[in-house]
Design a binder for this molecule. Structure first.
Ligand code: NAD
Length: 509
């Protein structure tokens, strides 16, 4: 008998309630297909009650009027409570999202709790809440102005299934830090951890209505994005849903923060020696079964390195253990649902139909009868006009395209509707930075093979989210978000808090 997490009530206006629920959402573990818990499904009436509670808490409650310093104290308490429950949360998140253990440690849970602490630090140290111009003498006496940051208002937060706890926290806490009030709706497949976030909010003494947590599918999301009492939507999910939300939010001109899909490219430069090329991008593109928005799923390889790459990749394929995420040597867990696995299969078939060469994978693992597993899959000799190179697969599939010149590689990397992530692998860090600057994406990594040729320490945090003492790259200065159709706005660090503020200028004379 596996663990179960059942929640009978939603969290609205500081209280647990089942009023106006319309059903029960059953949650399954994608690795075992067994039921692991349930949450109540909100109807439209309950959704409106949550929005109204957030509105009252914003208009009449203390939270938006509390000083940033005092809000930071509450957020620190919030983070400390999550920290105390860390082991419990890790078990829950691994079961609901199919995450392997090391990923739960780096980002899904442990890393997320670190981020919760950094948000409190960033709001105190890095956000400029007021900017005062020195008063100047004028014909009527002294004059001047002050620019202040004020909270946007009521925020609707809507999240996807792949990194549920992480994405719930990086939306909710920055919004709270700014003084906003929030209605959180997690994905219907992974709603459990959001109810634990609600419990932590209550235990941290957040005032009633400041955070409300409800569960439901697209209809609930649609109500949240059209409702006139909502001022801002922060959304992470597919570009298709992002477009629908943008249209839905237009009549009431809501502020938008959209973190959408990607088809990120890594460029291997021609200065990488043949004996270093073997495993490149294999593990990083298959991580979380490929269910990551900024995963570099297109690899651009110089023609002369292809044979060495294929030989090395074939050798490394056997070390990519697919299986139960709870086994410590598992690298690749399941896809979230059968529907997603069928989608990956359709993309793999399209790759074959369009003439790409399958090196390994391309099927379900024979040894796993239960769970939505799929083998790590590598295509080479692909072209950038194939569907496997243009569309987001969201599965463990890497597509390799060869190129002749650096200019061609940059052009192919940028030939995409998306602009979320990117990478450069090089033997020369300075050259890598130069190429990184030409990739039209919000988050680019430079990986130097061999000893660095410039002093990377001296570059400080100028790399994308890079920081020496913060291995997952978030910290108080890291930033994350997309160019082009990968989104609008930025998350993480002080930028992520400032997204939830309006600038107001107050002049005096
Ligand atoms: P999705 O768009 O299907 O669903 C995301 C959320 O939107 C869910 O909570 C869903 O219930 C809700 N929703 C669906 N239709 C809606 C509507 N019409 N109005 C309002 N809400 C609606 O995305 P998904 O399949 O859960 O997640 C995978 C996608 O998320 C991928 O495209 C991935 O790249 C993207 N993603 C982006 C980032 C990022 O930071 N850029 C991070 C993680 C995932």
């Amino acid at each position: 008998m596996s663990d179960r997490w059942d929640y009978d009530n939603m969290f609205i206006d500081g209280a647990w309630t089942a009023d106006d629920t319309v059903g029960v959402i059953k949650v399954i573990d994608p690795a075992t297909e067994e039921a692991i818990g349930s949450v109540p499904e909100a109807g439209l009436k309950a959704t409106r009650a949550a929005i109204a509670a957030a509105r009252r808490a914003f208009d009449d409650g203390p939270w938006p009027r509390t000083s940033p310093r005092d809000r930071a104290k509450v957020l620190r308490r919030f983070a400390a409570i999550l920290d105390e429950r860390h082991n419990f949360l890790k078990k829950l998140v691994m079961a609901e999202s199919g995450s392997v253990g090391f990923l739960a440690d780096i980002i899904q849970v442990r890393g997320t709790i670190d981020i919760a602490e950094w948000i409190a630090e960033a709001m105190e140290l890095a956000v400029r809440w007021t900017e005062v111009s020195p008063p100047a003498g004028g014909p009527t006496g002294m004059a001047g102005h002050v620019v202040v940051r004020e909270p946007v208002g009521v925020v609707a937060a809507i999240t996807p299934f792949n990194f549920p706890f992480f994405l719930n926290i990086v939306k909710v806490l920055p919004a709270l830090a700014a003084g906003c009030t929030v209605v959180l709706k997690p994905h219907q497949w992974t709603p459990l951890d959001a109810f634990e976030i609600a419990k932590a909010a209550q235990d941290a003494d957040l005032p009633p209505g400041v955070l409300n947590v409800i569960a439901g599918g697209p209809e609930v999301g649609a109500e949240m994005t059209t409702h006139p009492l909502v001022d801002m939507v922060t959304f992470t999910g597919s570009t298709t849903t992002g477009r629908a939300i943008m249209a839905a939010a237009a009549p009431t001109v809501k502020r938008l923060q959209l973190e959408l899909g990607g088809k990120s490219a890594s460029i291997v430069l021609d200065d990488v020696p043949e004996d270093h090329v073997a495993n490149m991008g294999i593990i990083t593109s298959m991580i979380h079964a490929g269910q990551g928005c900024a995963i570099q799923t297109r690899m651009l390889l110089p023609e002369h390195l292809l044979d060495a790459y294929v030989d090395g990749a074939k050798r490394s394929a056997s070390s990519l253990k697919v299986g139960d995420p709870r086994e410590s040597d598992t690298l690749i867990g399941p896809l979230i649902r059968e529907r997603q696995r069928a989608r990956v299969e359709a993309y793999v078939q399209s790759g074959l139909d369009e003439g790409a060469e399958l090196v390994f994978g391309g099927k379900r693992p024979a040894h796993l009868a239960k769970g939505f597993f799929y083998e790590p899959t590598l295509f080479v000799n692909a072209r950038n006009d194939m569907r496997i190179a243009r569309e987001e697969i969201f599965g463990p599939v890497l597509t390799v395209i060869t190129y002749k010149t650096e200019e061609e590689a940059i052009r192919i990397a940028n030939d995409s509707i998306y602009g979320l992530g990117g990478g450069v692998i090089t033997g020369n860090t300075a050259r890598g930075f130069n190429v990184a600057r030409q990739i039209r994406a919000g988050n680019v990594s430079v990986q130097t093979v061999g000893p660095p040729t410039v002093n990377v320490e001296a570059l400080g945090s100028s790399g994308p989210g890079w920081s020496a003492d913060q291995p997952n790259g978030v910290g108080i200065t890291g930033v994350f978000g997309g160019f082009k159709q990968s989104g609008i706005g930025r998350e993480w660090g002080h930028h992520g808090i400032e997204e939830f503020t309006e600038l107001k200028s107050i002049a005096w004379s």
